[in-house]
Write a protein that binds this ligand. Structure first.
Ligand SMILES: *Cc1c(COP(=O)(O)O)cnc(C)c1O
Length: 249
């Protein structure tokens, strides 16, 4: 049976090997960039993988997990909590958030990486207020300008800074930095200008709005996380290199 397979020795061994390899690559990339590896958080993106895989990774020391759909997380997170009530997991929403799911997202997640419009920020703020939370968030920026991607357009700078000013006034959101998804390219080095642009934008935000630390740059995935670390990533979102290839939809 497939379900028991998940708990068997073999996949967990694979998981441990993958996890240690990724952790080692993060340390090496940080050291090559003369950065402290401890300032980089590995977010294990568990989308499409079952609760049992998350719990197995938790047993191996992982504490940060990412999901991209509220619906899937709404089933998986309570399941994990019931199976291991003491597990202290930090849940990251890394995928696009629809406004109508803002309330559920505010309840389920500890940090939301995907604030991609002012109206979403405003709705999330209202929902967070209603449940008495202040939600850590990152602003998603579409650096590459690909129409398929969510996020604030980097080209529309005046609008972007105006939106940030308004978001800073939302008392139930805690703006902590920026997130981007690089284009899919065969040479990971080709992603470098996109990551660098996000870092430079972060530096501008720091200069313009020094009341916040803007401490986080969420960038880098399985195919490009080392380049992202070289350019200053503080959170890398990694799925396939840890959990294996995802089943095709
Ligand atoms: C799926 C996903 C990831 C992880 O991607 P991998 O290529 O599996 O590492 C990271 N960020 C977001 C927003 C995702 O949707």
């Amino acid at each position: 049976m497939q379900v028991t397979n998940v708990n068997s020795q073999l996949p967990v061994t694979h998981l441990e090997k993958n996890l240690r390899a990724v952790q080692q690559r993060i340390v090496r990339a940080a050291e090559a960039a003369q950065r402290d590896p401890n300032e980089i958080t590995l977010v294990a993106v568990s989308k499409t993988f079952p609760a049992e895989m998350v719990l197995a990774a938790y047993e191996l020391g992982m504490r940060h997990f990412g999901e991209n759909r509220v619906e899937e997380a709404g089933e998986k997170i309570p399941r994990i909590k019931s199976q291991n009530p003491k597990a202290e997991i930090v849940w990251h929403l890394v995928g696009h958030l629809q406004s109508r799911k803002a309330k559920e997202a505010a309840e389920l997640f500890n940090i939301i990486h995907s604030i991609d419009s002012l109206s979403l920020a405003q709705k999330l703020d209202v929902r967070a207020a209603a449940i008495g939370k202040r939600v850590p968030v990152l602003i998603e920026v579409n650096v590459s300008g690909e129409p398929s991607k969510f996020g604030f357009a980097l080209a529309a700078r005046i609008e972007f800074f105006a939106a940030v000013r308004e978001m800073l006034a939302l008392r139930h959101l805690d703006l902590q930095g920026l997130m981007t998804i690089a284009p899919i390219v065969s040479d990971p080095n080709a992603t470098r200008p996109h990551f660098r642009a996000l870092r430079l934008l972060r530096d501008e935000l720091r200069a313009q709005f020094p009341e916040r630390a803007w401490q986080h740059l969420s960038m880098g995935m399985t195919d490009d996380f080392e380049v992202a670390i070289a350019e200053g990533a503080t959170m890398v979102r990694i799925g396939r290199a840890i959990f294996g290839e995802r089943p095709h939809p």
